[in-house]
Design a protein around this ligand. Structure first.
Ligand SMILES: [Zn+2]
Length: 381
């Protein structure tokens, strides 16, 4: 493992927390519907006359204490009902972009769940038009490049996913890849073989949630061998399967790990017991991500928003990541992204610049380099 810190004195814990929060990074595992801040949730509910089971923001904040993934999903799908118009999706995307900017995100590959909207009569066009507008506004305001990943629900029939894939055909150039999410235990990846085969034929990249919940390590193998995924979302259960872990190391499969989410949904007993650092030391190519920021903050870090900055900070403060390990994870996030080689080179340079300046600045974050990269312009080169 080329941890970039041999022989360099580490920072204090508080300096490491600043370093972790501010280092330029790519976010590869975040659900846009999981970015409904409580403020936006209540505002859109009032506008669209949707009844929420909470009387106030404070009440919802207190209620965001989950006992499992399925317990969380009940709240998650209920909240998506406030998203009705194109402008609602635009606001949602912009809400993520503003927070991502504060978290040092330079590039984001953002998942969305079309089935949660199609089933309510909200068209794919409404969802995609709104998200694209918000992401475009966010890009010009914050300089963050983005891609969209269309996720299928693994707890629904594969034919639903196929129908969804057909619907997206006219807009296929607007999305970069497909994924598989929602409840995992009892829902194997294999039935989605044909969906992923067709997605690949459309030129889309492939990832899948797998090995998030206890006893689901097999889903990681299926996602690689049956779906042909090049990246795995979560994947933490591989830590209990030596053979699988060694394969993931050998094949350099990136894992998009979400420590605060795993603690919030009780996939791990506590944040401190999260295996992220052991995974990194085992040679796995892990990245750190948020998953669903407003849902995971209240129970774990007593905050309204547990974004990717908080996930990196938690690595520094709760999981014992050194400066070099944080740097390695930030580098991994760019290398594991779906950006072109040139785009990756650009962002890796930004990370190196940050790291160098941080050291010369007595542990204080460097000023922004002001070097905003135009991914779309570069793509046209
Ligand atoms: Zn997720």
């Amino acid at each position: 493992m080329d941890l970039a810190e041999e022989g360099r004195p580490d920072l204090t814990e508080s300096q490491r927390a600043v370093y972790a929060a501010e280092i330029p990074k790519a976010e590869l595992h975040v659900h846009i519907e999981g970015c409904l801040s409580l403020e936006l949730l209540f505002r859109l509910a009032a506008k669209n006359r949707v009844r929420l089971p909470f009387a106030s923001i404070e009440e919802a904040y207190k209620a965001y204490q989950f006992t499992s993934l399925s317990d969380f999903l009940d709240s998650y799908y209920l909240a998506t009902k406030v998203l009705v118009t194109e402008d609602d999706f635009r606001e949602l995307a912009l809400c993520y972009m503003a927070n991502a900017y504060n978290d040092g995100v330079c590039h984001a590959e953002i998942s969305f769940d079309p089935q949660a909207h199609l089933s309510r009569g909200v068209s794919l066009e409404t969802v995609l038009n709104g998200l694209r507008k918000g992401l475009k506004q966010g890009k010009s305001k914050y300089g963050i490049s983005t891609m969209l990943i269309m996720c299928f629900h693994r707890d629904k029939e594969a034919r639903d996913a196929l129908a969804c894939l057909d619907k997206v055909r006219p807009y296929a150039s607007w999305i970069s890849g497909v994924g598989l999410d929602s409840a995992e235990a009892g829902y194997p990846a294999a039935p989605f073989r044909e969906v992923f085969r067709r997605a690949k034929a459309m030129g889309l990249r492939c990832t899948a949630h797998a090995g998030e919940e206890e006893g689901c390590a097999q889903n990681i193998t299926e996602s690689l061998d049956v779906l042909g995924c090049e990246r795995i979302d979560h994947g933490i259960q591989c830590i209990k399967d030596r053979q699988l872990l060694e394969r993931l190391v050998r094949e350099k499969i990136p894992l998009t790990v979400c420590p605060i989410s795993n603690a919030a949904l009780r996939v791990v007993p506590s944040l401190k017991e999260h295996p992220a650092r052991d995974m990194l030391h085992s040679g796995l190519k892990i990245t750190l991500n948020s998953d669903d920021p407003p849902y995971n903050g209240p129970a774990i870090i007593s905050a309204y928003w547990a974004g990717i900055g908080a996930a990196y900070k938690a690595a520094a403060t709760h999981l014992g990541f050194t400066r070099g390990e944080i740097l390695q994870v930030a580098i991994n996030s760019i290398e594991a992204s779906w950006l072109s080689a040139d785009q990756k080179k650009h962002y890796l340079k930004q990370i190196a610049f940050f790291d160098q300046q941080f050291g010369e600045n007595d542990g204080m974050p460097p000023a922004q380099s002001g070097d905003v990269y135009d991914v779309e312009a570069a793509e046209g080169e």
